[in-house]
Each structure stands twice: as structure tokens, then as C-alpha cells.
Design a protein around this ligand. Structure first.
Ligand code: FES
Length: 884
């Protein structure tokens, strides 16, 4: 018999990328790869076996590292991208860059592993086989089409031994320049916050509210403080500066204090700091919260009911003013123009609906993470993955109560945002922890934390009535909008305002009466999300045009064509659109296809049009900035514009190349950092290509003037050229007859084609006016990716809460998978000119996801005659296919 003392220590030997490694514990493979061996190509997107960002090959089979334990892997061969042959790496770099297949990039290494697994087994795969192979790799950015193209190209080049063409160095506007971040993101070497190694790094872990609404009566940290590895446990009283965060309304406490109520499940009550993450997790579990659970307000109806408790009854600051709410209405918007009664009097046909539109989860693949690093005794640096380092700069300074010159924010690559990383999440927490314990601290949300915490797309109820005359010409619209803005204000005001200013659609009529309320509830907050209120307004108005068309006796295309906004005409929000407005051209681009499908009995076709502003506008300061700095014979392109996957890093390089005439090998993109990057504002409102792009052009033209005067880059060493661009717009309260709310609008028309037999979505045709296209593959990626998100909103995603807590995990969100995506045909039209700001480019990121839901609503009405006023559309028609 063997005694315990004599039992040999079990050793698990894993062969990883051809090298044996011994481990004395049975560990998750993902922990082994990322934390023990520093292999960062396997990303931690969910740790729930749901996203595919951690794919590796085990004996040639594609598996998720987060579901594997070391003891089951002994004797097997594990390969990560780091262990691929050099030519395989180069082929993946090239094919993914060529097709613009990499956006935020967080999912891409997992895709690459799945692709290698497929091609090693099937050297000549079909597109359907590629779709099947990557069906468990979730990509929230791309819509998969270009990833499939890249994998097919990789397979062919690998099979044929084709040489890899040298990348172009010509990078002006309109060229297919490989994205500046593509190669590193493809092979997994681009660093997101969680990939960054910092000497002496320790970990912070939140103790979250036990329920959506709890009265906190006590916080007992005594036992937790004695646990191994615990450095310190912070509570609200440890915050040295202003406890309340929020870019606009300062209504969001960084931690809830004893005696206060929590307002949502994602509220933090304490922050445990420990040597390791496991120690922080264990100690967080040991913090005892004494609380009374209180009934949450689950809907705006409950929150507006007589006697409902005031969620922010204690008041908050907004734009320097103290607000003392007397109801749960956070924001009220009114858009009234013309005379609605007189307009309706001209109408003979009316369409009305009450829409019920759900919240939507961003589901970016990288969850929120930040690292705080002390700078001397009284300063702090934060490495962030947010959407605006200067917003964080101000907020961290306020939170810590230190001057801004003691704060530095640096951005890592951002693994998707879509608006969900505009607000503070973990940046202030990492800053606080590191500032107080004087050690580098990482705070990272796991997937559940992320779902509970960050603002969502607003659920909205929209009552709307639209009228037209006997010829189908629109004359008036009346609407009431109520949005659920959740526990905190976030961007709830501007989102409601955009929903109201865009609710009239891209049409020429001038009598509108729209009122909207954004209402606090105890749900997770709602804020910015791609489309920014326009996703909801397009879903509400577009189907009404189809109803009116049926009453008039014309088709859905014709009613849009008759009413479409044209240059020089007035939108329902009062703005007279410029010569750049090309909605009619988008309709012309799909006309033949629309009528061909409409005449084909085997299919049904739905159509929707839309518009989306570029830039914040409405009279607010909104400058984009970019500096070009000459350093050692090259030109550094410096801007704080956050690259969240949309490709602004490449756009500013292309703008600089175009304006200076320099080849791109002379241009060096630098990551956003408040120490040298000028403030380009937040990545929001489809604004960066226009505003920061034009700023890059302005700086480039100054540099070009010096070059044209005979100076060389060596002569100019050390010189910095500043570019800044803003647009004059009018406030929403302007009494001008035709206020200019925004510098420009992007327009689009989309067709959704479904099978008349099964309802399967067969094809989407997307014609978009986004002005001059700066990088065609990147622009196409925005279209297809936005459509994938739109399909989710229309059909597959059904995000719900029970008592303020999200009901779904990542795997249950209904995110569209590769084998569920129909083919997307993208068409660009353009009326912009070279002399316009940003060479005529307009925003594209948002409009693309706003039109699928209304077009699908019409297609499925034609399918079964049911006129649905609730999303996601429900019916027997939707059957996700296992494989296309
Ligand atoms: Fe796939 Fe962003 S590129 S998740």
C-alpha cells in the first residue's frame, strides 16, 4: 500500500507547438496557453465554450481551449497559430488582408485555426464546407462573407503553391490598401488589453449587486480580507474624487455605498484586489452583503405608473447642473414641424402601428478590460479598450480627484464596440485600484459581467401614424416614442433624439409631430448601439409605407421612389439636404432586381430605405483631429480616434497618403495615447471617417506644401502638422426654418429576398450611398457585418430580462452564425466630390444595420399575410439551417 507521502506527484505533459511542457495541476487549456505559456493567439471571449475565439488544434481536430483540461490532453499534439508553418502564416495574413476579412480581429485567430483544420482535412473546400467549419466561430463584425472568401483563397493558394503578391504601397483613397492592423490581428499578435503583460500585475474583481434593486445595509469584508493573496478590498468610501461617472449625466456611481439602493444587477458594491485572479474571485465570493431585495421597475410602464419609486430620486449632475427628478423620465424630446393636422387633411390613406422593439446586446467578442499602472506617487496610466480615450481621461481624473496632467490613457486594440464601449466600464476601477495600492491592476469583466453591465440597444415602443394622398405622396406623420433607458442615462438622451429626428425617414414631407420619452428602469442601461435610435425608427416607419402603397395601389418600390429625398428637398426634420444626397441612386441601383424578384413566384422581396447622420451635429462641438509628425524619415499618423474594428486607423493613413502623396511605407500609424494623440472625440455617430479623416487631410496638405517647396522628410524631422475639422450645425432647438442638424447623411436601400416556400432568407442586396469609398474591402465589410447584425435584430436575437437580469448567456443570444448568413450583394453609389470634407466620404457603419428588419418584415408579410409589429419577427418561417 502506498502512503500519501509516497504518492508520486502527478505531472501532465502537454505537447504544444512541438514542445513538451509539464504541469503539476489539472488546468484549463486556455489558462495554460495564455497565462502559463504566454500564447496569446487563443483569445478569451467567453470562457463558456460559446464563441470560438480560443480555438486550437488537438491532434488535428479543432477544439475550444476553454473546454479542455490538461489531464485529458496528455499524449496529444496541440497546435496554436504560433506553431503553424511560416508559409501558412503568410498565406493567412495575405488572404485575410486581401479580402478585408479582419475588422476588430478578436475572432480572427480562432477562425484561422478552424480554417487550417478544415483545409488540412479538405484541401479543396466548397463555400458551404467553409461555412460549416466556422459555424461555431462567432464573428460580430464581418458577417462572415469576406472571411469565407479569405479561407477559400488560402486553400487555393496553399494547394497550388501560388506565390504571395507583395502588398501595395500606394494607399490613397479608393485603393484596396491592406488594413494597417490586419496581419497582426490575423495571427493573434495584435494586443488587446487582456494580452498585455505588465510586470507585477495583480487583479481586481467586482462584488456585484445581489439583484437589480437592493437596499445595501452592510458590507462585511473582514473574512475576505484574510484570504490568501488579498491585497485590499475597496468600497465606495475609498473613491477619492467624484463617485459618479457618466459622459453626459453623472448619475452612475462607481460603487454603491451602504445605505443606498443598487439600481441594476451590474452595480458594483466592492472591488477586491488580489495577487491572482483566482484569489480575487474567491475573496469576492466571501464578501458578505447585508441587503434587502426590493421590487425592481421592469418596464417604462411600471416606471411611469403612479407611485413608482424614483430610481434617481437623490438627484445627479448633468452639464454642471444639479437635476432633481420628479419622475422616472430621463429625457423628453419633441420634433414638431409644419402642421400635422393640415397635413393629415390632405391625406386619403393612413397607416398606423404600435411597435414593440426589443433591447439588443452588442456581444462584442472582447469583454471589457483595463489595466491601471501607477505613475509615480500621484499619477496613473490606464490601458483601455474603449471608444474614446479622452472621455476616459476626463472621467478618470474626476474619479480619482487628480488633475488631468496626472492621468494618461493609452488604447490597446479594441475587440469590437458597436457603441457598447462608449461608457466607462472597468477603466475607472482599474485606475482606482492601481492608484490606491500603487501596483499595476487589471480589471476584466467575464461574459456574464459584460452582459449585466454595459448599455444595450434601447427597447422602444413606438406608436406611429403616417398619411398620404391618392398618389401615394406623404404629407404627415405623428408618433410617440417611449424608450427603456435602464438604470443609468448613458447616451439615452441623444439616442432618443436621433430616433425622433430620423423617424420621418428619408422622405420629402414636412408635417411631423413626434414626442419621445426615455425612461429609467432597473434594467441594464441602454445607450449607444450601431444605428443609435435609427434602427428603431426605420423599423417603425418603413413598413407603414408598404401599407400605404397597398392602399394606393402602387408597389413598395414606387411609393419610396415618389417620396425619396432628393438634393435641395426638405427632410421631415427640416434639414434641406445637399447635393451629396443619393437615396434615389440607391433605389435605381436595386430597381431591376426588385421588379425581377417581385415577379418571381418562388420568392418574396421586401424593401426598406433609410438615412443616418454622420457626426454628432445639432450645434455641438464635434472636432476630429489628426497630427502628422515627421520622425526619422517617416511620418507618424497620430489621432485618438478609437479603432473598434471599423477601420479608422487605415482610413487616416489613406487620407494622409492621398493628401501628402507619400507612399504608405512612409506612414506609421500610432496607437491612441493622450500623451501624443490629439483629441479626435469619441468613435460614435459614424463620424470618424468624415471628421478625423478630413483632419488627416488638412494636416497632410500642410506637409505636402513643405514637401512641394523642396523640403525632404529628413529636413522636416521633428515637425508636427496639426489637422482639425469641425462642422457648423444648428442646435435641435434652433428656430431657423431649415436648421442644419448634421453635416451629412448616409442613405441606403436594401432588399431582403426569401423563399416563398420555406421563408429561408436567400439573399440581401444592399445599395448604399456613403459618399466616396476610402477602402472598398473595408467598406464592404461594414455593409455585410451590419447586415448580419440587422438579421439578428430582425429574426434571431431575442434579448430579454427577468427582474432586471439578462435571461441569456452568450450562446443563447441568437447571434447569427456563418451557416445562417445569406449571400449579400453590396452596391455603392456616390454623389460626393473630391472637394467635399473627407474627399466626399460619409459614415457607413450605422445605416447598414438599420434596414434589414423593416425589409424582412415586408418579405414575411408577403410570405404568410401576418403583419408583425414586434421584433424579432416570429413565425414558422425561420429555421436556422445546420449547413447551407
Ligand atoms: Fe470577428 Fe470582430 S472581426 S468579432
Amino acid at each position: 500500500m502506498t502512503t500519501a507521502a509516497e504518492t508520486p506527484t502527478q505531472v501532465f505533459t502537454l505537447n504544444i507547438n512541438g514542445v513538451d511542457h509539464d504541469f503539476a495541476e489539472d488546468l484549463d487549456l486556455l489558462v495554460v496557453l495564455r497565462e502559463r505559456l504566454g500564447i496569446k493567439s487563443a483569445k478569451d471571449g467567453c470562457n463558456q465554450g460559446a464563441c470560438g475565439t480560443c480555438m486550437v488544434l488537438v491532434d488535428g481536430k479543432v477544439v475550444r481551449a476553454c473546454t479542455q483540461r490538461t489531464k485529458r490532453l496528455v499524449g496529444k499534439k496541440i497546435i496554436t497559430i504560433e506553431g503553424f508553418e511560416q508559409r501558412e502564416k503568410e498565406l493567412f495574413e495575405y488572404s485575410f488582408a486581401k479580402h478585408g476579412a479582419t475588422q476588430c480581429g478578436f475572432c480572427i485567430p480562432g477562425m484561422v485555426v478552424s480554417a487550417k483544420g478544415l483545409v488540412d482535412a479538405k484541401p479543396e473546400p466548397t463555400r458551404d464546407e467553409v461555412k460549416f467549419a466556422i459555424r461555431t466561430n462567432i464573428c460580430r463584425c464581418t458577417g462572415y462573407q469576406q472571411i469565407e472568401d479569405a479561407i477559400l483563397d488560402y486553400a487555393e493558394m496553399k494547394r497550388t503553391g501560388a506565390p504571395i503578391p507583395a502588398p501595395t504601397t500606394a494607399g490613397g483613397i479608393g485603393t484596396n490598401l491592406h488594413r494597417v492592423d490586419s496581419y497582426a490581428k490575423t495571427l493573434g499578435t495584435a494586443e488587446y488589453v487582456d494580452d498585455i503583460e505588465v510586470e507585477g500585475l495583480i487583479h481586481g474583481r467586482n462584488v456585484f449587486s445581489p439583484c437589480a434593486r437592493a437596499l445595501i445595509k452592510g458590507i462585511d469584508t473582514s473574512e475576505a480580507e484574510k484570504m490568501p493573496g488579498v491585497v485590499r478590498i475597496l468600497t465606495a468610501s475609498d473613491i477619492p474624487g467624484s463617485r459618479y461617472i457618466g459622459h453626459l449625466a453623472k448619475d452612475w456611481p462607481g460603487m454603491i455605498a451602504v445605505g443606498e439602493e443598487t439600481k441594476m444587477k451590474g452595480d458594483s458594491v466592492a472591488l477586491v484586489i488580489a495577487e491572482t485572479l483566482d484569489q480575487a474571485l474567491a475573496a469576492a465570493d466571501a464578501v458578505k452583503i447585508d441587503y434587502d431585495e426590493l421590487p425592481p421597475l421592469n418596464t417604462p410602464e411600471e416606471a411611469l405608473a403612479e407611485g413608482a419609486h424614483l430610481i434617481h430620486g437623490e438627484g445627479y449632475k448633468q452639464f454642471g447642473r444639479w437635476i432633481e427628478p420628479t419622475s422616472n423620465v430621463f429625457d423628453h424630446e419633441v420634433v414638431k414641424r409644419g402642421d400635422v393636422e393640415a397635413g393629415f387633411a390632405k391625406c386619403v390613406h393612413f397607416a398606423e402601428a404600435s411597435w414593440d422593439l426589443p433591447p439588443q446586446e452588442h456581444a462584442f467578442m472582447e469583454t471589457e478590460a483595463a489595466i491601471g499602472i501607477p505613475q509615480g506617487d500621484d499619477g496613473i496610466m490606464v490601458i483601455s479598450g474603449g471608444q474614446g480615450i479622452y472621455d476616459e481621461y476626463h472621467e478618470v481624473s474626476d474619479y480619482l480627484g487628480i488633475p488631468m496632467d496626472k492621468v494618461r490613457i493609452r488604447s490597446a486594440w479594441v475587440g469590437g464596440g458597436f457603441g457598447g464601449k462608449e461608457d466607462m466600464s472597468v477603466q475607472h476601477q482599474a485606475a482606482l485600484a492601481a492608484f490606491l495600492v500603487k501596483r499595476p491592476v487589471k480589471v476584466k469583466f467575464d461574459r456574464t459581467d459584460s452582459l449585466n453591465y454595459h448599455p444595450k440597444r434601447h427597447a422602444m415602443k413606438i406608436d406611429i401614424k403616417l398619411g398620404c394622398d391618392a398618389d401615394g405622396i406623404l404629407h404627415a406623420m405623428q408618433a410617440k416614442v417611449v424608450s427603456d433607458t435602464g438604470a443609468y442615462g448613458s447616451l439615452g438622451g441623444p439616442v432618443l433624439q436621433r430616433a425622433c429626428t430620423h423617424l420621418g425617414g428619408p422622405y420629402n414631407y414636412t408635417n411631423v409631430d413626434i414626442v419621445g420619452d426615455a425612461v429609467y428602469t432597473n434594467n441594464p442601461p441602454a445607450g449607444a448601439f450601431r444605428g443609435f435610435g435609427v434602427t428603431q425608427s426605420a423599423a417603425a416607419i418603413e413598413p407603414l409605407l408598404n401599407e400605404l402603397a397597398r392602399k394606393v395601389g402602387i408597389d413598395a418600390f414606387e411609393i419610396r421612389y415618389r417620396n425619396a429625398i432628393r438634393p435641395g428637398l426638405e427632410l421631415p426634420n427640416g434639414q434641406i439636404v445637399g447635393d451629396d444626397a443619393a437615396l434615389v441612386e440607391t433605389l435605381d441601383a436595386v430597381k431591376d432586381a426588385y421588379y425581377a424578384y417581385a415577379a418571381d413566384p418562388s420568392v418574396h422581396v421586401g424593401i426598406a430605405c433609410g438615412l443616418k447622420n454622420a457626426g454628432v451635429g445639432v450645434g455641438l462641438k464635434d472636432p476630429g483631429r489628426c497630427d502628422l509628425a515627421v520622425v526619422d524619415g517617416k511620418v507618424e499618423v497620430r489621432s485618438s480616434a478609437a479603432g473598434i474594428g471599423q477601420g479608422v486607423a487605415t482610413v487616416v493613413v489613406q487620407m494622409a497618403a492621398e493628401s501628402t502623396g507619400l507612399s504608405v511605407d512612409k506612414l506609421v500609424y500610432t496607437m491612441p495615447d493622450t500623451t501624443y494623440s490629439p483629441n479626435a472625440g469619441t468613435t460614435t455617430a459614424s463620424r470618424q471617417t468624415v471628421f478625423t479623416g478630413q483632419a488627416a487631410r488638412i494636416a497632410g496638405l500642410q506637409l505636402k506644401a513643405d514637401l512641394d517647396a523642396g523640403a525632404s522628410l529628413d529636413d522636416l524631422n521633428g515637425k508636427i502638422y496639426h489637422g482639425e475639422f469641425d462642422a457648423e450645425t444648428d442646435p435641435i432647438t434652433s428656430d431657423k426654418p431649415n436648421p442644419v442638424s448634421h453635416i451629412s447623411y448616409a442613405y441606403g436601400t436594401q432588399l431582403v429576398v426569401i423563399s416563398a416556400e420555406t421563408g429561408e432568407m436567400l439573399k440581401i442586396i444592399a445599395a448604399h450611398d456613403s459618399g466616396t469609398i476610402i477602402n472598398p474591402p473595408a467598406a464592404e465589410g461594414q455593409v455585410v457585418g451590419g447586415i448580419a447584425m440587422g438579421i439578428g435584430y430582425a429574426l434571431t436575437e431575442n434579448f430579454t430580462y427577468t427582474n432586471g437580469v439578462p435571461d441569456q448567456k452568450l450562446a443563447q443570444l441568437g447571434l447569427v452564425k456563418a451557416n445562417q448568413m445569406p449571400p449579400v450583394e453590396t452596391i455603392f453609389v456616390n454623389r460626393g466630390t473630391y472637394d467635399d470634407p473627407a474627399y466626399g466620404a460619409k459614415g457607413i457603419g450605422e445605416i447598414v444595420c438599420c434596414l434589414v428588419a423593416p425589409a424582412a418584415q415586408e418579405a414575411y408579410y408577403l410570405f404568410d399575410g401576418e403583419w408583425r409589429t414586434k421584433l424579432p419577427l416570429e413565425g414558422t418561417f425561420y429555421r436556422p439551417k445546420k449547413n447551407r
